[in-house]
Design a protein around this ligand. Structure first.
Ligand code: ZN
Ligand code: FE
Ligand code: FE
Ligand code: FE
Length: 155
């Protein structure tokens, strides 16, 4: 990896892997929570995450690269933490831990998409910048929704 284009391609593969991992992890989180509002938020974000996978495929096309993920250690760690919480916590603590875990994932994604869309711009790839901005907006909205749920449950 030498150029900004290499960094972009590498990080795109990283986040593609991460989104795929979340498509598998979210159904377990949906099952894990007993709270209807949290369940709905997770279900909505699962559908959005499937859309994000398709949007990312267009980003690969915009740089003429094959659609391919590369193992993201960060998402593996975040999912491992979530699984630990589901094993150890119950009741109100379990729901609070699941929302906290989901927000940790959103923050990771927000960091990644913020970086990637800026790199796309610097590389003169307006299409990728636009597609990645669409996903970034979805992640920010998902995070805000989770904050809203967390705050309302605490009251
Ligand atoms: Zn690598
Ligand atoms: Fe995502
Ligand atoms: Fe990563
Ligand atoms: Fe997300």
């Amino acid at each position: 990896m030498k150029t900004l284009a290499d960094a972009f391609h590498h990080t795109l593969q990283d986040i593609y892997y991460a989104e795929g991992a979340m498509v598998k992890a979210l159904p377990k989180m949906i099952e894990g929570t007993q709270d209807a509002e949290t369940k709905q938020a997770f279900s909505d974000h699962l559908e959005e995450t499937k859309q994000q996978v398709k949007i990312l495929q267009k980003v690969f096309a915009s740089i003429d690269a094959p659609v391919k993920g590369e193992k993201c250690d960060a998402i593996e760690g975040l999912i491992k933490e979530t699984e630990g919480a589901m094993k150890d916590a119950s009741g109100k603590a379990l729901n609070a831990m699941l929302i906290a875990s989901a927000q940790a994932v959103e923050h990771y994604e927000i960091a990644r998409y913020g970086t990637l869309r800026q790199w796309a711009k610097e590389l003169g790839n307006a299409e990728a910048h636009d597609l990645l901005s669409q996903i970034l907006d979805m992640e920010k909205a998902a995070n805000a929704k989770l904050t809203g749920i967390a705050v309302s449950k605490a009251n």
